[in-house]
Write a protein that binds this ligand. Structure first.
Ligand code: SF4
Length: 360
């Protein structure tokens, strides 16, 4: 018999991981207020005064309201991606940090600056990736795979970070995983499955993936993007790697928010289709006033009411909410980030590993 020799079949352990994508009913509706110019100016002046009174600096993410981004820069604060926000907050001399973003960004700021008070316009600003990675479930997953190096995306709770060996942001995930793979380490990755798959495809690293997703990026549709490219054949396509693989495959540049902004300036195209949260358009247009930017489509087959390419939690960071929180001591205290010291100390290790790697 030709096939009589014993055959060794590579057995891949099949994961029984549930799908941790967030159910639609857990995604809040948030419609940002439209402000008259006079009201916008009044709020900005008042917030600037309150920041001074409270010895606070405003640090904002690229996805939040453009007015809040402008105010951060006008008052000596900073607008950036989550890695640079954390670094700026740590190094700034102010006694308090106001983090306009989502909760994990506030937590990261607090971990890196335990001696500072860290506040957010509202602690209701969550993230579907963070919510889709409950610490107890994640701990059990890690315990099932003790031979793997645990690498978590920045979009996780401080408790999940405290269980990890490395934290990475999307701007630094590729080189860190390449570095670990070159050392022969097998990776346990969480929580974003699309980003995990993207990194795996670029590095060939042995990665076991959690199954979370971003509710904004998961909605981008490759077919509709192809169709749009047909209408604008000269457009460049910029994609955040939290998007599905079929969308990433069409991109001219794939990267974090800061890498997308950089690519828009460097690529020769005059027109771009952009697949990430539309909050980024504010900075893209400021930096590239002669270029045009179109939102990548989220509509098409399977589109849902959340198909607006804007994170509902990021949208909660508005001038009005920020002013109300800074004005009212009780409301401010209710939106302060507190972290158990032991959890904070444990989470500091993988965060500092990332910051040290990015400086090397
Ligand atoms: S855009 Fe996605 S990844 Fe970013 S905070 Fe919102 S839900 Fe989280």
């Amino acid at each position: 018999m030709l096939d009589s020799l014993p055959r060794r079949v590579a057995q891949r352990k099949t994961l029984a991981l549930p799908d941790y994508s967030l159910a639609a009913e857990r995604i809040p509706q948030h419609v940002p207020a439209v402000l008259e110019d006079a009201e916008r100016r009044r709020l900005k002046v008042r917030i600037a005064e309150l920041l001074k009174e409270r010895d606070a600096v405003l640090v904002a993410h690229y996805y939040v309201d453009g007015d809040v981004q402008d105010l951060a820069e006008e008052t000596g604060g900073f607008v950036s991606d989550s890695l640079e926000m954390a670094r700026f907050g740590r190094d700034h001399p102010a006694g308090a940090l106001i983090v306009a973003g989502v909760r994990f960004m506030g937590e990261t700021a607090k971990v890196l600056s335990p001696g500072k008070r860290v506040f957010m316009p509202t602690l209701e600003a969550e993230c579907s990736l963070d919510l889709g990675c409950p610490p107890d479930d994640f701990k059990a997953f890690c315990q099932e795979h003790p031979d793997r190096t645990v690498v978590v995306y920045a979009n996780t709770s401080v408790q999940v970070k405290a269980l990890s060996d490395w934290v990475v942001t999307s701007s630094i995930a590729l080189p860190i995983i390449e570095h670990l793979a070159a050392r022969g380490e097998k990776i346990l990755w969480a929580p974003d499955k699309h980003l995990g798959r993207y990194i795996q495809s670029r590095t060939n690293a042995d990665m076991l993936l959690w199954s979370g997703a971003c509710v904004v990026h998961e909605e981008f549709k490759a077919k509709a993007l192809h169709d749009l490219k047909g209408i604008y054949p000269d457009a460049g396509i910029l994609v955040h790697p939290e998007s599905p693989a079929a969308v990433i495959d069409i991109a001219d540049a794939v990267g974090s928010t800061s890498q997308i902004i950089k690519a828009a300036g460097e690529l020769p195209h005059d027109l771009f289709i952009v697949a990430t949260d539309r909050g980024i358009f504010h900075k893209l247009r400021q930096r590239n006033p002669h270029k045009r930017f179109i939102e990548a489509p989220t509509a098409g087959d399977g589109a849902t009411c959340r198909s607006c390419a804007h994170c509902p939690w990021m949208a909660m960071n508005e001038l009005k909410q920020l002013a109300q929180t800074l004005e009212d001591g009780e409301r401010l205290a209710a939106n302060e980030i507190h972290i158990e010291p032991e959890v904070g100390r444990r989470a500091m290790l993988p965060l500092e590993r990332m910051l040290g790697f990015s400086m090397a």
